[in-house]
Ligand binder design. Sequence first.
Ligand code: NAP
Length: 313
Amino acid sequence: MSSPVINKFVVIGIGLIGGSLATGLKKRGACREVIGIARSEQTCVDAVNLGVVDRAYTSLQSVASELTAGDVIFISVPTLSVKAVLADIKTHVSADVTITDGASVKGNVQTAAQEVYGEVPAQFILGHPIAGSEKSGVTAANPDLYENHRCILTPLATTSAVHLNLVTRIWQAVGAEVLTMTVEDHDEVLGATSHLPHVIAYSLVDTLAHDIDNPNIFRYAAGGFRDFTRIASSDPIMWHDIMRANKTGVLHALDLFIANLTRLRTSIEIEDSQYMLDVFTRAKNVRDEFTANLAKPHVVSTHVISKSEAKKD
Ligand code: NAP
């Protein structure tokens, strides 16, 4: 990178998502300084010692007066905590500083911003990187987490093109492809492709652990079980917040899934081989195509994505 994309980058919530963006920008020389804001003193110490940020504080007030146009604040706290952070930002930060976030649900962040500011301010770009892991905290920060991944931005009628452009360039600087879509499409699509699988994985592990009366149940579990349930190791608070924040999207996807699962159950009960083979064959073909697409070379770009296109992800 020849010259930094931005001046100061402030990350509020120095965990997996915020820490990875901070350390990714640092690694690529994409900003002049990276400042962390965390809840706990220990996270501040760890973030500096690990080289994730240049300096860190437990309060935004410590740096707010330094921030001007060209600086960016990234909010990466659990979804339901974004509103309190926005209220803090409104009190202390000027209107020319770019604000963005990485929360997994966008509808409730939009509502939170409207409640705090009256309307979503032009400086606030709602976003969601489609990258992550079941690990959390600052020690999980990875500078290459976003390489060859997508980041969805959900600009609104009130959004400033200048701030949108800056946030787009930040994500591109860490190797992500930036897509834009509406808040509503985002929450519907992610409800189906991300939130629903987490509900199913949590429920499956919990069912096996508590409701099947066999103490050896996990002794014989192998790779298939491990692959299918990896995401059940994700942070419970984060996923609690996502289910609450995207209740409509998750329930819609869950109802569809329950209906199809019930039909599949019937096919097993009545030995309807044709139905089972149809479902399994269709699913295998879609999964194989998805895996093949993931393996294709990635081009960093920006484009608007439609709901049907996103569903292919
Ligand atoms: P994380 O690793 O647990 O980090 C969250 C950070 O937020 C921690 O540094 C924590 O500070 C801070 N925090 C927690 N509760 C807070 C509160 N009530 N007020 C202020 N700060 C608080 O979580 P993450 O995986 O980075 O997730 C951050 C956001 O990214 C979430 O909104 C999540 O939905 C979204 N997201 C996650 C993934 C994923 O795969 N994990 C992917 C895309 C988007 P302390 O360390 O000081 O306690």
